[in-house]
Design a protein around this ligand. Sequence first.
Ligand SMILES: Cc1cc2nc3c(=O)[nH]c(=O)nc-3n(C[C@H](O)[C@H](O)[C@H](O)COP(=O)(O)OP(=O)(O)OC[C@H]3O[C@@H](n4cnc5c(N)ncnc54)[C@H](O)[C@@H]3O)c2cc1C
Length: 456
Amino acid sequence: MAERLLVIGGDAAGMSAASQARRLRKPDDLVIDVLERGHDVSYSACGIPYYVSGTVASAADLVARTPAEFAERDIGVHVGHEAVEIDTAGGRVRVRTEDGERWEGFDRLVVATGAVPIRPELPGADAAGVHGVQVLADGIRLRRALEDGEPARAVVVGGGYIGLEMAEALVVRGLDVTLVDAAEQPMSTLDPDMGAIIADAIRDIGVTLRLGEKVEGFDTENGRVTAVRTESSVLPADLVVLGLGVKPNSGLAAAAGIATGPTGGIVTDRRMRTRTEGVWAAGDCVETRHLISGEPVAIALGTHANKQGRVAGITIGGGYATFPGVLGTAISKICSAEVARTGLNEREAEAAGFVTLSATVESTTRAGYHPDAKTMHTKLVVERRSGRLLGAQIVGEENAAKRIDALAIALWNGMTVEQMTALDLGYAPPFSPVWDPVLITARKAAELVESDMRTP
Ligand SMILES: Cc1cc2nc3c(=O)[nH]c(=O)nc-3n(C[C@H](O)[C@H](O)[C@H](O)COP(=O)(O)OP(=O)(O)OC[C@H]3O[C@@H](n4cnc5c(N)ncnc54)[C@H](O)[C@@H]3O)c2cc1C
């Protein structure tokens, strides 16, 4: 008799797991059903800012596969089905639909419930015009509000990468945009010196930055937001977008006794098996190991979710695959300003017990004489003595940030900055200076490591 795989959550991690399991096991051996509480599956949440801006014309363009397409591959996708309880001993999940509740049995279970956006418990946070952007339906609602309501002033709360991308979308839509963050810099995952550079770039784009200002509430009129109130200002707003970060959506699993870790994410091994027999987990709902610090981390990124879902699906399918951990490589942009990071910043490296040296270099994206050359800043965080790369950050323009991939590969392979100085990277004047910014910064860092050798 066929086993039944139940997947909770029908986006990146869940659908990757279902697809890989199906690839390896035929329907007469494994029946696969996916429970999705929303009305969309297998869509690119990462594309939401570009749908909101209008760069992507239709929400359908963000959908990789529909439930009907999954049905053709013998994967049952059930939208509007919310898992409300997991009974691990009984091998069943209580499911809520608009018709009521019922239990669905499983032999194997994948929990891929994603993340929950952090929403402030502040007066007016639920008012009309205050938007979160977590799922496709949020993006559709926001775009409708922009097109129907013709708002003029927007406030984005939170200066992380989602806040930045949403600010870009609103700038593209022609709104007057203010970005508020309680921290002293946007992109708090960067060191302050690099954060200051991206802050200047954001101001140059015409976005008003209010840094070090904590939001205290939202003024409303007839149930609709009219302003964002911070400790020191009242910022008029026809529309507010919240980008305050996310945390693992692990409550359903935790209530069932599935182990969670210090970050709140579900604990798995490298094959994405939880500590409960027959239960796997993948994506934003899990915690994983940071490959440089060795610490558990919950870093919500689609790149991790897809890979983890794939590993869970292959394992369930009887194959062998592992997810070793993450560097936290992330990249983003706001209009022409690009930003990227990988590994540990100075604060994180020190917290992990490293003593660090850092090198920052201002250089250009193309040969300096090329008319389209743009300024870029590259920073390397390096371990004292060993000279091993611990992390990197980039702020710049026009494809500057994508150089983070070369740095992530160096980091992944445990390279020292001395070894990096000899990397055989591509060069032609339209692509980089003859000494690529990665090489120049590695050389500067190697010199620092060498001169530091002479001190005790
Ligand atoms: C605006 C935005 C931009 C982003 N940009 C990037 C980017 O550029 N690069 C990048 O790497 N990452 C980006 N991300 C993050 C990326 O989208 C997520 O890391 C990824 O979607 C996580 O996949 P997941 O399957 O774990 O979770 P999700 O995509 O959140 O999917 C979880 C699914 O589970 C469903 N679900 C939850 N609970 C239940 C339940 N009890 N019953 C049934 N269904 C349930 C949810 O409805 C949801 O569909 C972005 C995210 C957002 C919101």
